[in-house]
Design a protein around this ligand. Structure first.
Ligand code: ZN
Length: 258
C-alpha cells in the first residue's frame, strides 16, 4: 500500500498575494503533493487551514502515515489545532512521520516536539542558497549531487535554537555569507521528524526538481508502518505479575496505585 501522505498548507498568501498566486496558482500544498505523487509508492493529498478542523480532524490523522507542514502567517497562533487531540504530538509519538517545511519551524507542533523556541534570523532578499549534502549516505540524500542551488531564497541564519538533531543532512550557505543547518532529523516517541528549510512562498522552490527528490526521500524515510499505541500508556505492574518473584516491602504511596 502506498504511503498515506497529507500535505498541510496554510493557503493564505496564495490567495492574498499576487506574487505568490502567480508562482503557486493552485497553492503550494498542491504543488508539493503533485511532486510527491510522481512516486507511485506515495499517495499524497492536501489539507488547508480554512477547512473544517483545519483539514486535520482526528479521523484523518488516524489514517495519515506522513504529514508535511507548511505554515507562516498564522504559524505561531494556530499551528496544528491544539484544542483537539489532533493538535497534540500524540500521532507523532505513535509513529506518524512529520516533515516540517520552511517557516513551519515556528509552528506549535514543531516547537512542542522540540521543546525550544526554534528561533533563527532571516532576510528576504531573493539571494542564492547552496545546500551542501553533509550526510551523503543518508536515505534523504539518496540520488543527490554534492550540493544543489536555489537561485532565489529567503535567508535563514544560525543560531537555529533547536535541540541537537539526530542527524544533519544539509547545511546551507547563503549569498550574503550566512550558514544554516537546513536538513535535520529527530525522533520523538516512535515518530520520525525531518525539518527542511527551503520554501519561501514568493520563490518557485517547490517546483524545483531536486527539492522534489528531497521531499520524496523524506516521506520514505519518515514512514513507520507500525503504530505504537503502547507508548501512550503508563501501566502499573503489580508485585504478583513481576517477571521474577519478589516480596513487597517498604513504604508505599497507595494501596492500589494507578
Ligand atoms: Zn519565508
Amino acid at each position: 500500500m502506498a504511503i498515506r501522505t497529507v500535505v498541510w498548507g496554510e493557503n493564505i498568501h496564495e490567495r492574498t498575494n499576487a506574487v505568490v498566486a502567480q508562482v503557486y496558482p493552485r497553492g503550494m500544498h498542491t504543488t508539493i503533493a503533485d511532486a510527491l505523487n510522481t512516486d507511485a509508492a506515495i499517495s499524497a493529498s492536501t489539507a488547508t487551514l480554512e477547512q473544517e478542523e483545519h483539514g486535520l480532524p482526528q479521523s484523518r490523522l488516524d489514517e495519515t502515515d506522513v504529514l508535511l507542514w507548511w505554515g507562516h502567517a498564522r504559524r505561531t497562533r494556530r499551528g496544528l489545532p491544539t484544542r483537539s487531540s489532533s493538535g497534540s504530538p500524540r500521532r507523532v509519538w505513535q509513529g506518524m512521520g512529520l516533515i516540517v517545511l520552511h517557516s513551519g519551524h515556528h509552528s506549535k507542533i514543531f516547537k512542542r516536539l522540540m521543546g525550544t523556541p526554534a528561533n533563527l534570523h532571516w532576510r528576504e532578499a531573493g539571494e542564492r542558497e547552496r545546500l551542501w549534502v553533509v550526510n551523503p549516505g543518508h536515505p534523504i540524500a539518496k540520488g543527490l549531487p554534492r550540493y544543489f542551488e536555489l537561485e532565489n531564497e529567503e535567508m535563514y541564519g544560525e543560531p537555529f535554537s533547536v535541540p541537537e538533531p539526530l542527524e544533519t543532512v544539509f547545511v546551507s550557505w547563503f549569498q550574503g555569507g550566512e550558514i544554516f543547518r537546513s536538513g535535520l532529523t529527530y525522533r520523538r516517541g516512535a515518530g520520525n521528524i525531518f525539518y527542511f528549510r527551503p520554501g519561501h512562498e514568493t520563490y518557485p522552490t517547490y517546483h524545483d526538481k531536486t527539492v522534489g527528490v528531497v521531499l520524496r526521500n523524506a516521506v520514505h524515510w519518515a514512514f513507520n508502518a507500525e503504530r505504537h499505541e503502547e507508548l501512550m500508556k503508563a501501566p502499573n505492574t503489580p508485585v504478583d505479575k513481576a517477571i521474577e518473584k519478589i516480596v513487597e516491602r517498604g513504604a508505599k504511596l497507595a494501596k492500589h496505585p494507578g
